[in-house]
Design a protein around this ligand. Structure first.
Ligand SMILES: Cc1cc2nc3c(=O)[nH]c(=O)nc-3n(C[C@H](O)[C@H](O)[C@H](O)COP(=O)(O)OP(=O)(O)OC[C@H]3O[C@@H](n4cnc5c(N)ncnc54)[C@H](O)[C@@H]3O)c2cc1C
Length: 410
């Protein structure tokens, strides 16, 4: 491993960490950056099938990935969606958002996580001022003379104490923690986290349906949690969708136990066969859902972005979009600091980033928790309220336009 000093080191090479490195590297070729990633294997894009994990990227996220030079490969496999249909399983309320409402070609893109990660990784490998280190799991650190010294977990026991281990240390002026929901950086900074269990599990898989998806993102709100069918493209037909079924724990446990045929039937029933028969179900993955929010986004010489700072319910598909907005704002603040001759890790720089992001993220977290509770409430009063609310939004072009434009800007 290269042991030179870095200006900025990003711990965590997920979508957010790699986007952060690429954007900073493109905007500031004079900076030396490194990305330390625990995984040893590079993300792969399967040629013959879809990955089960997908994200819905907004226009703002696409703009950022374009500026970072990574959109080209992503765009080849991303599925633009022009419509979003949301309806309540317990009533008649529904709303349909269409890109025509805002005179735009689409509302966003559905794309597999692996496609985004592989494109960003290829981009980082081509950037001369970025060093990408795989298999580096940050374990411990110390700070002196305004620099962090980062040390990986060592699996080796044959080294003279301290010698080679210290040789692997990375030294950096600013540390960016992009190491996901269970962030080690957050722990090492002793930043506390508000942590709420949603008591739901998200089951994700790819399905093929009898009817084409019509480039529409579908979401049905069941009392036990939202069920989304998100359109996929890039492998030849319009019948594949990525399913994200967020279900109360008890139901999720039952669904996990079902074989593929029984699961397909449950899925079809829960989705009111809106796309006809579910003909094929791919590998199923499950994720326990929690809301987390770091009480502070920074400590001395270090700052958090993406899931390391906040985790939200996937019902509005905003997690990575919020993370990419963190990336944009932190990059803007670093650019501003460089122009003004401030240190990269100057507390005023990190505090400005926090001021611009934490409030916005808190609002989205709160909104997701409210949605989850509102749609989980079974009594008549709440059912009436949400069905009326959906129908009112559907009947108001002005309100729809405002909602779409706000969602696309995240
Ligand atoms: C079911 C589901 C559906 C979702 N759908 C959407 C959607 O439609 N739209 C959307 O915007 N978001 C969605 N999300 C959220 C989105 O997936 C996350 O917000 C996003 O993946 C977070 O990216 P990240 O890079 O911050 O973190 P991660 O993807 O968790 O990446 C963290 C990286 O850090 C590495 N790492 C961890 N610890 C260390 C360490 N100590 N040292 C070095 N490296 C380390 C990990 O190996 C990993 O590569 C969904 C989430 C779920 C669960």
């Amino acid at each position: 491993m290269n042991r030179k000093r870095q200006d900025i080191t990003i711990v965590g090479g997920g979508m957010v960490g790699m986007a952060q490195a690429a954007l900073l590297a493109v905007r500031h070729p004079q900076l030396q950056l490194s990305v330390l990633e625990a995984a040893t294997e590079a993300p792969q894009v399967p040629d013959e099938h879809y990955d089960a994990r997908v994200v819905a990227l907004t226009q703002a996220s696409r703009d950022l990935l374009e500026e970072a030079g990574a959109w080209g490969e992503i765009g080849l496999r991303a599925c633009p969606y022009t419509e979003m249909r949301v309806w309540d399983a317990e009533g008649t309320g529904s709303v349909c958002f269409n890109s025509r409402d805002v005179q735009l070609p689409n509302l966003g893109h559905i794309v597999e996580n692996g496609v985004v990660a592989a494109a960003l990784r290829a981009r980082l490998e081509a950037l001369p001022n970025v060093e990408l280190v795989s298999g580096f799991r940050l374990e411990s650190w110390w700070r002196d003379c305004g620099h962090w010294h980062l040390q990986p977990r060592s699996g080796r026991t044959d080294m003279p104490e301290g010698l080679e281990e210290r040789a692997e240390v990375v030294r950096t002026r600013l540390l960016i923690g992009a190491d996901g929901a269970r962030s080690k950086v957050r722990d090492l900074l002793r930043i506390r986290c508000q942590d709420t269990d949603y008591h739901q599990t998200a089951l994700v898989c790819v399905v093929r349906c009898a009817k084409p998806h019509r480039h529409t993102a579908w979401q049905r709100f069941l009392k036990t949690g939202p069920l989304a069918f998100l359109p996929l493209a890039g492998l030849g037909d319009d019948n594949h969708c990525a399913v994200v079924w967020s279900a109360d724990e008890e139901l999720a446990r039952e669904l996990v136990m079902l074989d593929d045929a029984a699961f397909a039937l449950s899925l079809e029933k829960a989705f009111e066969s809106a796309l006809g028969k579910v003909e094929f179900v791919g590998d199923r993955l499950s994720f326990p859902l929690r809301a987390r929010h770091a009480e502070s986004y920074f400590g001395p010489g270090a700052v958090l972005v993406g899931d390391a700072a906040h985790n939200i319910h996937p019902l509005a598909g905003q997690g990575v979009n919020l993370g990419l907005q963190d990336v944009r704002v932190l990059s803007d603040e670093i650019g501003r600091a460089l122009k003004r001759g401030l240190g990269l890790a100057d507390p005023s720089v990190l505090a400005r980033y926090q001021r611009r992001r934490r409030g916005d993220n808190a609002i989205t977290l709160k909104a997701m928790s409210t949605f989850k509770s509102l749609f989980g409430a079974g009594d008549l009063h709440w059912r009436w309220l949400r069905n009326t609310g959906l129908s009112m939004v559907d009947a108001s072009p002005m309100l729809k336009k405002r909602i779409i434009l706000r969602a696309m800007a995240v």
